[in-house]
Each structure stands twice: as structure tokens, then as C-alpha cells.
Write a protein that binds this ligand. Structure first.
Ligand code: GTP
Length: 411
């Protein structure tokens, strides 16, 4: 009799284990409300099933944490439980973006609008046989129209003027080379543009992303996640823009595509608590980087300072904020720089992301933004595609603006 009872218990347990395995496999995301601070929910994509995963596809560290561990010890008397194969869920194969190095070169044709107005404009004038005062004025005007700014324009014109003799005899290729050199010089080639996103002293790097709504902030956070995953890092995203519910959905979708966990708040939740939770989760999962998106409502400067200051203070109870990126829309020109200043006064910005450079002929804005704010441009947005975000490289950028035989073909 005892044996019969034991056998029944074993069969029941085996069935329960089988059913729970099926349920967890079928889910697209895992809700972790119990783990979360009040007002916060976490979702993470299910790790891809081995047979569906293309070679090279990987999930970042956090996403693998909830993999189901079926009980491997089978009691002798238990009958075999045959589970039907898990239904493959469409769209759940994680993407592995290419590493970020060299992206600007690959995307240089996106700067075609700036290239034709700035680069070609300058080459046309400087290619003239003998440069008159009118020609120099044209050079100046071309640079100013491209938003290079007065100080840098003066510097470039002065330096070019001292090389008039060289210009007079230069071949088109030499002219391009000279122009690339002068543009590179005003782009701050020696500025440190590395992103402080690595783990340090046993804690993840924390990247705070701030900026005016509509500048492309949430999109940029999603693209940054892809850059980091492409560069082999594990990432957790924090959707601390709780002002607009769609922003969190948007971010979650970006995260899901590359197997990155997103920590989000319920609508209207305290942004600082979401940021705190994201960093706590990232620290526990021992990921490399936690990227936190923030709301950018430009209500009052005091309000903005309070909100960003609180997020930073609360986050830093666990880990220091290692990088604060300000997202700016390149198409807003000087207006954008004025708005940017408010953010730089509210929080210590360590780098600029200039978005929508593909949609403007004013590529010179990189120069003026850096000079006016005294902060290096670290990343540039060159389109709406998921991998249209590139690390900023002064020389490659100057080359793209001036154009060469290859660049002309690509454009
Ligand atoms: N052409 C182009 N469009 C971009 C770029 N970056 C972002 N965008 C677009 O800009 C629009 C606004 O982007 P969001 O990420 O929603 O802007 P946001 O700043 O987060 O706005 P909120 O979520 O309201 O705070 C979207 O249509 C993006 O696709 C870029 O580099 N080039």
C-alpha cells in the first residue's frame, strides 16, 4: 500500500513539474512584480530556445537569469512524462548587432546633405585659381551657414589664408586632404570620447540619458543598448521616463530585440524609484551597464534640476553614475544649444549625443555644440534605423563632410 501512495505522489509531482515547464516556456516575458519595489514592474524577454537561435545570437547576462532548470533527477518508479515540443514563438530570436567600431565610416553617406552644402561648397571656392576677398567671404559664409560657429569659422579661415600659396597649386586630392585636416582640428581630435560604461569595483557602469522630449532620447537609449550589446556587454535598461507610458513600451521593445532586460514603472511612478530599481537589478545580475532613460519635460529649470538631481542621488546610493549623456537634435541648431544649457546646469553632463545629423545640412553644429558647452560629442545619430548610431570620430566625420572619391560614390 505504501508503495502505491509513494508512486502516486511521484507521478503527481512529475506532472506538476511538466506543466510549469510548459507554462514558463510559452510566456513572452516574465513578470517579476514580487522582486520589484512598489510601483515598479520588471519584464524580461524569455531566453531564445537553442534550436531556433542562429549561430552567433546571444542574450545578454540578465536575460538568461530566469532560464528554467528542469529537475534532472528522475525517481526510478516514475513513469516517463512525454512533453510536447515547446511552440516556437515568432520574433523571439535575439539580434546581435555588429560592433560599433567603424560605424561612422559605414554610415558616412547619411551626411550627404552636409557634404553637399559644406564640403562641396568649400572645395568649389578653394579650388578657384586665385582667391579674392569675395571668395574668402564665401568660405566664411559657407562655414557659418553650416553652423560651425563664429570662433571656429575664424580659426579655419585664418589658417586657410596662411596656406593660400599651397591652395593655389594644390590638386583636388591635396585640397580635400587640407580641408579634412583643418576641419578635424576644430572638431577637438584630442577630446576623450570614450563612454564610461564598464563595471568598476564590482559595480555596473551607470549611464544616465537626459534631454528634451522629441530629441530622440528614447530611440537613442535603445540604440545605445544595441551598441553595448554589439560590443559584447550585458545591459539592463531603466525606463525612468514615466511621464509618457509609450516611452517605456518603446524602450521595452528595443530591449527585447537584443535580449536586454527592461525595468519599468507603472505610469506616473516616481522616476527615481524606477532608476533605483533598474540599478539594483543590474547590480544583482552583475551586468556591465545600466542605461537609464529619463523624462525631458522642460517645465521649469528648478523642476528639472529637482527631478534629475533626485534620480542621481537615489541611484548613487548603490552605484555611481559613470556617464551622463545629453541628447540633442542637430536640426534645432542654436535653439537646441540654448535648451542644452539648462540640462548642463541641472546635472553634470559628460557627453553629447547629436541626433538626426542625417536630416540636416548643418553638420558644423558638432563644432559649435562642443565649443559652446565645453562637452565632447560622443555619439551621433545618423538615421532612424536601429543601428544608425555611431561613435563620433573627428577625422572620419571631417572626411565624410568633405567627401572623397569613395564617399561621393556612396552618397
Ligand atoms: N532621422 C533621424 N531620426 C531620428 C534619429 N534619432 C531619433 N530619430 C527619430 O526622432 C523621433 C523622436 O524620437 P524619440 O526617441 O521618441 O524622442 P524622445 O526624445 O525620446 O521623445 P520622448 O519619448 O517624448 O521623450 C522618432 O521618430 C525617431 O525615429 C536620427 O538620428 N535620425
Amino acid at each position: 500500500m505504501e508503495y502505491v501512495v509513494i508512486a502516486i505522489v511521484i507521478v503527481v509531482l512529475a506532472l506538476i513539474a511538466g506543466i510549469s515547464l510548459l507554462v514558463s516556456r510559452g510566456r513572452r516575458t516574465t513578470r517579476l512584480d514580487d522582486d520589484a519595489a512598489s510601483g515598479t514592474t520588471l519584464t524580461r524577454p524569455r531566453p531564445p530556445q537553442a534550436p531556433e537561435q542562429p549561430s552567433g545570437a546571444t542574450a545578454s547576462g540578465a536575460a538568461t537569469a530566469d532560464q528554467v532548470q528542469p529537475d534532472t533527477v528522475q525517481p526510478e518508479a516514475a513513469p516517463e512524462v512525454v512533453l510536447p515540443p515547446a511552440e516556437p514563438e515568432p520574433g523571439l530570436v535575439f539580434e546581435t548587432p555588429l560592433p560599433s567600431a567603424g560605424r561612422l565610416v559605414r554610415l558616412r553617406s547619411r551626411l550627404a546633405r552636409s557634404q553637399s552644402s559644406l564640403g562641396r561648397g568649400l572645395l568649389t571656392v578653394l579650388g578657384r585659381e586665385k582667391l579674392t576677398e569675395d571668395d574668402w567671404e564665401e568660405v566664411e559664409e559657407t562655414l557659418l551657414t553650416a553652423d560651425v560657429g563664429v570662433a571656429a569659422t575664424t580659426q579655419i579661415v585664418e589658417r586657410l589664408r596662411t596656406q593660400s600659396m599651397v591652395l593655389a597649386t594644390a590638386s583636388p586630392a591635396q585640397l580635400r586632404e587640407l580641408l579634412v585636416r583643418e576641419l578635424t582640428a576644430v572638431l577637438g581630435p584630442d577630446l576623450d570620447r570614450s563612454l564610461a560604461v564598464d563595471r568598476h569595483e564590482g559595480k555596473p557602469g551607470v549611464l544616465l540619458v537626459v534631454g528634451v522630449n522629441g530629441a530622440g532620447k528614447t530611440t537613442t537609449v535603445g540604440k545605445i543598448a544595441r551598441v553595448l550589446v554589439g560590443d559584447g556587454k550585458s545591459v539592463v535598461l531603466g525606463a525612468a521616463d514615466t511621464f509618457r507610458a509609450a516611452a517605456a513600451d518603446q524602450l521595452e521593445t528595443w530591449g527585447e530585440r537584443v535580449g536586454v532586460l527592461t525595468v519599468r514603472g507603472r505610469e506616473g511612478a516616481d522616476p527615481a524609484s524606477v532608476a533605483f530599481e533598474a540599478v539594483r537589478t543590474g547590480a544583482e545580475a552583475e551586468v556591465d551597464t545600466v542605461v537609464v532613460d529619463t523624462a525631458g519635460r522642460l517645465h521649469t529649470k528648478a523642476g528639472l534640476m529637482d527631478e534629475l538631481g533626485k534620480i542621481k542621488r537615489v541611484v548613487e546610493k548603490q552605484c555611481p553614475v559613470t556617464e551622463t549623456l545629453l541628447v540633442l537634435d542637430a536640426t534645432t541648431g542654436q535653439n537646441g544649444v540654448v535648451q542644452a544649457r539648462v540640462f548642463t546646469e541641472a546635472v553634470e553632463v559628460t557627453g553629447i549625443v547629436l541626433t538626426k545629423l542625417d536630416g540636416t545640412a548643418k553638420g558644423g553644429i558638432v563644432v559649435s555644440v562642443q565649443r559652446e558647452l565645453g562637452i565632447p560629442v560622443k555619439l551621433i545619430g545618423l538615421g532612424e534605423g536601429p543601428d544608425d548610431l555611431a561613435p563620433f570620430e573627428p577625422q572620419a566625420f571631417a572626411e565624410a563632410l568633405v567627401g572623397g572619391a569613395d564617399a561621393d560614390r556612396a552618397a
